[in-house]
Design a protein around this ligand. Structure first.
Ligand SMILES: O=C(O)CCC(=O)C(=O)O
Length: 285
């Protein structure tokens, strides 16, 4: 990993914003050329049917494909992207791996004609059963996702990602019982293509319908501590595994043993060794 990525290390003000709001917007994380490449790739993957279509937020017109990081060299490069990974380790530390990856595409659907308030979105915290099994309030962070937006979501109604800022510190939120409208304080995240949004898995968030004639495209890369079991298979073809350097392999799940997830050796966590050299304060965390 090139030490020039430290230019994008998490700053104190970014750390404070993430702690306060539960999310952080990183503009220009991807170049225009990368956005185009990834956008075309998603079109090809969907056209080829090479995805698992699972309902996500039960919204019409949506495709949610999981375990996508190993589908293409252009996707695996996002695992250790220089503009986002330094922020991920700035939040979670060096004992991290990719625990989940997916993309969601949302096609244009008709706007409701009943004139009523928009239906309540599918508000949730990430990680499913973890939220039932852990009883502390708030529950621990454990993981975060980096969402890369490939389509122009700089205005509402474009299938925006919605968040309730600060809600990562609350196990429950008030969701309108009527099924109309959103929780007080909720907002669409309006971002240009190429923007990354890092969000705490505890942040209450939701996908939303796309009423615009632009297909909403976003990629989600979830990172957790290495002792959190991966949420998908993290399927990596042998050629991409062979081409990966030790830090990328750590991120893709390498461990000398299960023991090495909670008591890591240098071989388990080459990221720690790299930080000892290049960002010692972070290695000591
Ligand atoms: O598609 C979206 O904007 C929402 C994604 C989401 O809810 C998730 O990744 O858990």
């Amino acid at each position: 990993m090139d030490p020039s990525c430290l230019e994008f290390a998490l700053t104190d003000s970014e750390a404070a914003a993430f702690e306060r709001d539960g999310f952080l917007v990183v503009e220009d994380a991807l170049t225009d050329a990368k956005v185009d490449e990834l956008s075309d790739l998603l079109d090809r993957l969907v056209a080829g049917g090479g995805y698992t279509h699972t309902p996500h937020g039960q919204r019409a017109g949506r495709v949610n494909a999981i375990d996508v990081a190993g589908l293409d060299p252009a996707l695996i490069e996002l695992v250790d992207h220089p503009r986002t990974l330094p922020k991920v380790w700035g939040i979670l530390g060096w004992n991290i791996h990719l625990y989940h990856s997916h993309y969601i595409m949302a096609s244009q659907i008709d706007r409701p004609t009943n004139g009523g308030t928009e239906a309540t979105l599918g508000w949730h915290q990430d990680s499913g059963q973890i939220n039932q099994d852990l009883e502390t309030n708030p529950r621990p962070r454990l993981s975060l996702k980096v969402a890369y937006f490939l389509s122009d979501a700089s205005e509402p109604d474009r299938g925006n990602f919605w968040v309730l800022p600060g809600s990562h510190l609350r196990n429950e939120i008030e969701i309108p019982a009527s099924g109309r409208g959103q929780p007080d304080g909720a907002m669409p995240v309006c971002v240009a293509p190429g923007t990354a949004v890092l969000f705490d898995r505890r942040l209450w968030h939701a996908g939303s319908p796309n009423y615009a004639p632009i297909v909403r495209k976003a990629l989600f890369f979830g990172y957790s501590h290495r002792w959190v079991h991966a949420r998908d298979e993290v399927t990596i073809p042998p050629d991409l595994w062979e081409a990966a350097d030790p830090i990328r392999r750590q991120l893709l799940g390498f461990s000398t043993s299960q023991h090495g997830r909670t008591s890591p050796t240098d071989e388990d966590v080459p990221l720690r060794g790299w930080l000892e050299q290049h960002q010692p304060a972070m290695a000591a965390r």
